[in-house]
Design a protein around this ligand. Sequence first.
Ligand code: ATP
Length: 235
Amino acid sequence: MLLEVKDLSVHYGVIQALKGVSLQVEEGEIVSLIGANGAGKTTLLQTISGLLKKSGGDILFMGKSLNKANAKHIVKAGITQVPEGRHIFPEMSVYENLLMGAYLRKDKDGIKKDLEMVYQRFPRLKDRLSQDASTLSGGEQQMLAMGRALMARPKILLLDEPSMGLAPILVKEIFSIIKDINAQGTTILLVEQNAKMALSIADRAYVMETGNIVMCGSGEELAHSEEIQKAYLGG
Ligand code: ATP
């Protein structure tokens, strides 16, 4: 098992946002997490990344507890998050943003190679390397955020709402890129409002409601479930 979340609880003051969440991600999988606004999906990703403190439970990565790891250790261990809303550095160039993704690395040759890999995957970024990131379109900013995350050479990529605010054609493109990234060996944990797309690319998926996991299954099983169709697929 690559990532194992066990009985995880997280509080914001007196509000309990995660109420004993357990999930697993195996190496090589795409696992999607769907659920309504406020279900706790972002909270879960932020806690895995070490940006929020848990109040109970455990997170294991490659069999080891992340209990004592801070956000930096967690990136070094191989977990990188692409946050909701992208959070690129607007006043830096595209190139500088990409390099920021590698700031914990010292292997210059590896960084160079990975830059080439990112240019290949996102040719649109390559054409805009010296442009201020703030001037990119929404879709390009999402690509930049993903490219920057790949520069950390993660074993698992945590994607929070990558399709948010994008036109349908770009949503398709982003999902196809996610599939490619996975096919080349990076495991994916994907949080998405677009349940249809998220289930269509998922090996397995979890459904969250008000701080709990309420269902899990293969992407296909969940896409065909009557309950899921009613609640999340408008069917
Ligand atoms: P969305 O799809 O809207 O982003 P989500 O499933 O990601 O929703 P979270 O953002 O994780 O949900 O929020 C889970 C719960 O925790 C919500 O009830 C939210 O109001 C609450 N919450 C999130 N951040 C904070 C915060 N900083 N302080 C207090 N409560 C918070």
